[in-house]
Design a protein around this ligand. Structure first.
Ligand SMILES: Nc1ncnc2c1ncn2[C@@H]1O[C@H](COP(=O)(O)OP(=O)(O)OP(=O)(O)O)[C@@H](O)[C@H]1O
Length: 327
């Protein structure tokens, strides 16, 4: 196996009494997209800030493509391209200029940077704004376009490690899809990618591995299939509860079929079931809806959302785990 481009071991960082990162360990290998998931305040940005040398760890180690990021943050920084969570400062620049400058700073020739900017603009479908100037009052370019330009600036030249902190914020649904494809392409081209996101359902389609942080600690990690712990043919039955929150899937009445996992998130209940029980599940859910006991239902392929909600709500993601509420 090739060496990891990011190796984090027992990373710990406190802010006063808050332990923002608590003995976090993770690896990103070349060609791999690793999703870092967690609720607001879970410690994701704190971890990224330490990798790029903006914060000093309290303990533990970080290596970026062989460089010790704690002892020599500048060397580590040269091996990383970061799309930060905060919007990139583009004021006075056009997307074309901003992407080309980022490419030149990363060692591309003038012609190479120009070609890369054109290619990324086509890949992300932002060509119509390529020569529009961003103004300091936030005008000229929308928040979503600014976010896509920031991604292009991080993706413009080959680099061992790319870190993307919430790259899909503000981006419309069609371009979000293009962005996810571009993230996957970065990995397929050989970069290691650390993808920080809240969006577990969309991220699970492009990531090879996921690491879930909860209050600074790693509470789950592994491949999407491994974390789901379910067969490829498993399904997810979602019930939309009525405003009074009465949940007809609660034991002992529950559904008349085996349920691998049951998670409640606000007025939604997610039930993981086997494909063989699809017909019985639809009949049961349709009867609930027709009698007004739920507002609606949907049957889809199983996703990681229920696992994520279960582990971050402090309950084991096991059979019929039923944490009361997501945050
Ligand atoms: N500079 C700071 N000073 C004090 N506390 C901080 C500082 N930066 C982060 N924290 C605290 O550390 C914890 C982790 O914050 P962090 O920003 O890393 O979370 P996050 O997972 O990136 O959240 P979000 O998804 O909202 O961006 C939070 O409790 C936060 O309040």
């Amino acid at each position: 196996m090739r060496g990891a481009v990011l190796e984090i071991d027992r990373l710990t960082r406190r802010f006063g009494s808050v332990v923002a990162n608590d003995q976090v360990s993770l690896r990103v290998r070349p060609g791999e997209v690793v999703g870092l998931l967690g609720h607001n305040g879970a410690g994701k940005t704190t971890l990224v800030s330490q990798v790029v040398g903006l914060l000093r760890p309290g303990g533990g180690s970080i290596r970026v493509a062989g460089a010790d990021a704690v002892a020599d943050p500048a060397a580590a920084r040269r091996r990383v391209a970061l799309q930060a969570q905060a919007q990139a400062p583009l004021d006075g620049l056009t997307p074309r200029t901003a992407i080309e400058i980022a490419g030149r700073l990363r060692g591309l020739s003038r012609a190479g940077a120009r070609a890369a900017a054109r290619r990324l603009a086509a890949e992300l479908d932002i060509g119509e704004w390529l020569d529009r100037r961003a103004t300091p009052d936030g005008g000229g370019l929308s928040g979503g376009v600014r976010r896509l330009v920031a991604f292009a600036m991080a993706a413009v030249a080959p680099v061992p490690l790319v870190i993307l902190d919430e790259p899909t914020n503000d981006v419309d649904a069609a371009r979000r899809r293009l962005l996810w494809e571009a993230v996957r392409r970065l990995g397929d081209d050989g970069a290691g990618v650390l993808l920080v996101t809240h969006n577990v359902v969309e991220a699970e389609r492009v990531v090879d591995e996921l690491v879930v942080l909860d209050h600074g600690r790693v509470v789950a990690s592994g491949s999407p299939a491994g974390l789901r712990g379910t067969g490829d043919r498993d399904l997810q039955l979602e019930l939309a509860l009525r405003p009074d929150g009465t949940d007809p899937s609660e034991p002992p009445a529950g559904p008349p079929l085996p349920v691998t996992r049951r998670v409640r998130a606000g007025r939604r209940v997610l039930l993981t079931i086997g494909a063989a029980d699809a017909e019985a599940a639809v009949a049961w859910a349709a009867a609930l809806r027709d009698s007004g006991r739920v507002e609606g239902y949907a049957l889809t392929p199983a996703t990681l959302e229920d696992v994520y909600l279960a582990v971050t709500a402090g309950a084991p993601a096991g059979p019929a785990a039923a944490p009361e509420e997501s945050r």
